[in-house]
Design a protein around this ligand. Structure first.
Ligand code: ZN
Ligand code: ZN
Length: 227
């Protein structure tokens, strides 16, 4: 495990998963609500991946203590793109456990089962997103059949699409889930630039949207039941 990062975030995230599963079991949400949230979170993950990637590729992020080691890992990836396919799997995935710990802290005050579904969905999709990036750099013989199938279906990003990011100055095509949002995000990056810390605020604001979405659905269902 790299210095500057510890498995405490993995522990909090795992406790958060158990907590969420317990409260979902106590007050199960509707299947339709769960499906809407899971699908919303899948698409949102592509946007989140792009925003997180912009923040961590920013050389100015190397001056921010809390994310310095994550930013260092992302920026070294440009010099050795295939290196991520050789990293131990846990080391590759735990990068997401800090943002997921923060998400769990944001979910707690809602204390609503559908909002806990958001947390579990984002645990799933952010891990899939990390795997999607790893598979985009994998050789054909390293690629599991399911990953090849999902790439062909454009549900995960493939190497030709992701390779557009791996050209100096590494300032476009940041999304690494399925790349659907690369075009709109590129046009915002062209206007705002990619070295502004404003992206950190944008990232946190976007991460709150699925919580508002799920809470809105849960309130609607409650109001309908009470009528
Ligand atoms: Zn990059
Ligand atoms: Zn890459």
């Amino acid at each position: 495990m790299k210095a500057g990062y510890s498995n405490k975030f993995t522990i909090v995230m795992t406790l958060g998963m158990a907590w969420s599963a317990y409260w979902i079991a106590q007050d199960p949400p509707s299947v339709a609500g769960v499906l809407m949230v899971v699908v919303f979170c899948y698409f949102l993950t592509d946007v989140v991946s792009g925003l997180l990637h912009i923040i961590l590729d920013n050389p100015r992020s190397l001056e921010l203590n809390a994310i310095e080691s994550l930013a260092d890992g992302f920026q070294k990836h440009h010099a050795d793109p295939r290196g991520i396919t050789e990293l131990p799997l846990y080391e590759h995935l735990y990068v997401m456990h800090l943002p997921l710990t923060l998400l769990f802290l944001a979910v707690l005050p809602f204390h609503t089962s559908l909002v806990y579904v958001v947390f579990l969905s984002m645990v799933l999709w952010l891990h899939v997103m990390q795997m999607s990036h790893r598979w985009a750099h994998a050789r054909k013989n390293q690629l599991p059949p399911i990953a090849a199938l999902l790439q062909r279906a454009n549900l995960l990003i493939d190497f030709p699409a992701h390779a557009k990011h791996h050209r100096e100055p590494y300032s476009k095509d940041f999304c690494i889930m399925n790349g659907l949002f690369n075009r709109p995000l590129n046009s915002v990056v062209r206007r705002v630039g990619n070295t502004s810390h404003a992206w950190i605020g944008i990232f946190f604001a976007v991460c709150l949207t699925p919580l508002a979405f799920a809470y809105g659905i849960a309130r609607r269902v409650l109001n309908t039941r009470q009528r």
